[in-house]
Write a protein that binds this ligand. Structure first.
Ligand code: APR
Ligand code: PHB
Length: 394
C-alpha cells in the first residue's frame, strides 16, 4: 500500500468535484481528485445545460468559460405553453438577468481541460474508494488502481460523488436526516442533431403530460416528454417520441419541430432529495451527493456550483486565516439555497406536469395557477427570479 498526503481529498470528478478542485488550486490548497470512472465515461453522461449567472461567474474565475462565452446561448426568457398558446416570461425585463444555455457535458469537458493544465493530481478509474476517520483529526481515503492499493491522508474529504456515491453512504444513519419526495412520472429525453424549434426554451403543460423544448446549439436540440415513472425506454421509437412531443405543443411550435434520429435517449426520474446536514466532522458533501432536484427548474448543476463556492471559501478561510467560522456555517448556508431550489423545482414541476393523482378540482387549480402566472407581474417575477437564480450571499 502506497501512502500519499494532501490537504483536501475530493471524491468524484463530476462538475462539483472538478470545480472545487480548481477553486482550491487557485487558492493554493493542495487537493487530489479521485474518480471511479474514466474521463470518457464521465463525459458520456448527457445532463442538462442551463447556467445561472453565478455559475458562469464561477467558471470564469477558474478560466473555464472561454467556450461557454463563444458557444453558449444567452437566453433572456422562457416560453410557457398551455391551452395551445405561448406565454413568454421575460427574465431580463423582470430581473435584469438571464441564463446561459451550455451543455453540462461541455462544462465538464472544459473543467477537465483546466484541471489537466493545473498539474494537480487526478486519479481516474480509482476503484473501491472508501473514506475513514472523518469524525477524527486524521481522515484518509483508501482506493485501488488496478491491483495496487493506496491510502490518501488528508485534512478534509469533499464528497462530490453524486447521488449514488460512497461518501454520504459512509455517514452513520443516526447522523443523517433524509428528506425525499418523488413526483409521479419521469422525463423521456432525446438529443438529436436538428435545429431547435424555438429561440428560447419552451415549457409546455398539456393534458397528455409535460413537454420541454431545449437546445445545445443551432444544430443540436434536446427535447423531453413526461412519461409514467415505470415506462420502458424500449417502448418508445424515435417516431413515437416526435409524434407525442408535437401533440403536446401549440401548433405554431409543433409545426417548427424538425425531427431526426436520436443520438441519446434516456428516462430520468423526478426526484427531490435532501440530506442534512452536509458536514460530518472533516467530511463535507457537495452537489448531488447531498441533494437532488427534479430537472424542471434546471437547478442541479447550479446548486453543485454554489455548494463548492461556499466550500472553497470555507476551506480557504481555514487555511489562510485559521478560522473555521465558514466551515461551521457551510451546511446551513448551502441548505438555505438548496431548500429554496427544492421549493421552486417542486412547484414548477407541479404547475407544469400532469399528475395521475390529481383530482378534477386539482386540474382546474393548475389551470388557474398557470393563467395567474402569465397575467400577474408579481407571479411571473417570482418565477423569473427563481429560474435565473439569486446572487450568492456570503
Ligand atoms: N468513487 C469515486 N468516484 C465516484 C464514486 C466512488 N465511489 N461514486 C461516484 N463517483 C463519481 C461518479 O462517477 C461521477 O463522475 O462521482 C461523480 C459525481 O458526479 P455527478 O453525479 O455529476 O454529481 P455532481 O458533480 O454533484 O454534479 C451535479 O450533475 O446530475 C447532475 O443534475 C445534476 O447537474 C447536476 C450535477
Ligand atoms: C436541458 O437542456 O437538458 C434542460 C433544460 C432545462 C431544464 C432541464 C433540462 O429545466
Amino acid at each position: 500500500m502506497t501512502t500519499q498526503r494532501t490537504q483536501v481529498a475530493i471524491i468524484g470528478a463530476g462538475p462539483a468535484g472538478l470545480l472545487l478542485g480548481q477553486l482550491l488550486h487557485q487558492a493554493g490548497i493542495d487537493n487530489v481528485l479521485l474518480e471511479q470512472r474514466t474521463a470518457e465515461y464521465v463525459l458520456g453522461r448527457i445532463r442538462a445545460g442551463v447556467l445561472e449567472q453565478t455559475t458562469v461567474a464561477l467558471l470564469e474565475r477558474v478560466n473555464a468559460a472561454a467556450r461557454l462565452h463563444t458557444e453558449g446561448l444567452v437566453h433572456d426568457g422562457i416560453e410557457l405553453a398551455f391551452d395551445q398558446q405561448l406565454h413568454r416570461i421575460d427574465f431580463r425585463a423582470l430581473t435584469g438577468r438571464g441564463v446561459t444555455v451550455f451543455g453540462q457535458t461541455e462544462v465538464t469537458r472544459d473543467l477537465m481541460t483546466v484541471r489537466a493544465a493545473s498539474g494537480r493530481s487526478t486519479i481516474y478509474e480509482a476503484a473501491d474508494v472508501s473514506v475513514h476517520d472523518f469524525d477524527g483529526d486524521h481522515p484518509c481515503v483508501r482506493y485501488r488502481v488496478g491491483d495496487a492499493a493506496h491510502e490518501l491522508r488528508c485534512d478534509f474529504i469533499a464528497g462530490c460523488d453524486g447521488f449514488h456515491g460512497i461518501t454520504r453512504a459512509s455517514v452513520p444513519e443516526r447522523s443523517l436526516r433524509i428528506y425525499e419526495q418523488v413526483f409521479p412520472g419521469g422525463w423521456l429525453g432525446v438529443l438529436s442533431h436538428v435545429p431547435p424549434c424555438h429561440a428560447e426554451l419552451v415549457y409546455a403543460h398539456h393534458p397528455r403530460g409535460f413537454a420541454l423544448c431545449s437546445q445545445r446549439s443551432p444544430t443540436l436540440s434536446r427535447y423531453y416528454i413526461q412519461v409514467p415513472a415505470e415506462e420502458a425506454l424500449s417502448s418508445w421509437s424515435d417516431t413515437s417520441f416526435w409524434d407525442e412531443l408535437r401533440r403536446r405543443l401549440p401548433p405554431e411550435v409543433a409545426d417548427r419541430v424538425t425531427t431526426g434520429p436520436s443520438v441519446e435517449k434516456s428516462i430520468a426520474p423526478l426526484r427531490s432529495f435532501v440530506a442534512e446536514p452536509l458536514r460530518f466532522g472533516r467530511l463535507l458533501l457537495a452537489g448531488d451527493a447531498g441533494h437532488i432536484v427534479p430537472p424542471t427548474g434546471a437547478k442541479g448543476l447550479n446548486l453543485a456550483a454554489s455548494d463548492v463556492e461556499y466550500l472553497s471559501h470555507a476551506l480557504n478561510e481555514h487555511y489562510a486565516e485559521g478560522s473555521d467560522a465558514a466551515l461551521d456555517a457551510y451546511s446551513e448556508r448551502c441548505l438555505q439555497r438548496v431548500w429554496r431550489a427544492e421549493r421552486f423545482s417542486w412547484w414548477f414541476t407541479s404547475v407544469t406536469h400532469h399528475s395521475p393523482e390529481a383530482t378534477e378540482f386539482g386540474r382546474r387549480l393548475q389551470q388557474a395557477e398557470l393563467s395567474y402566472l402569465v397575467r400577474s407581474r408579481a407571479a411571473s417575477t417570482s418565477l423569473a427570479e427563481n429560474y435565473v437564480g439569486l446572487p450568492m450571499d456570503f
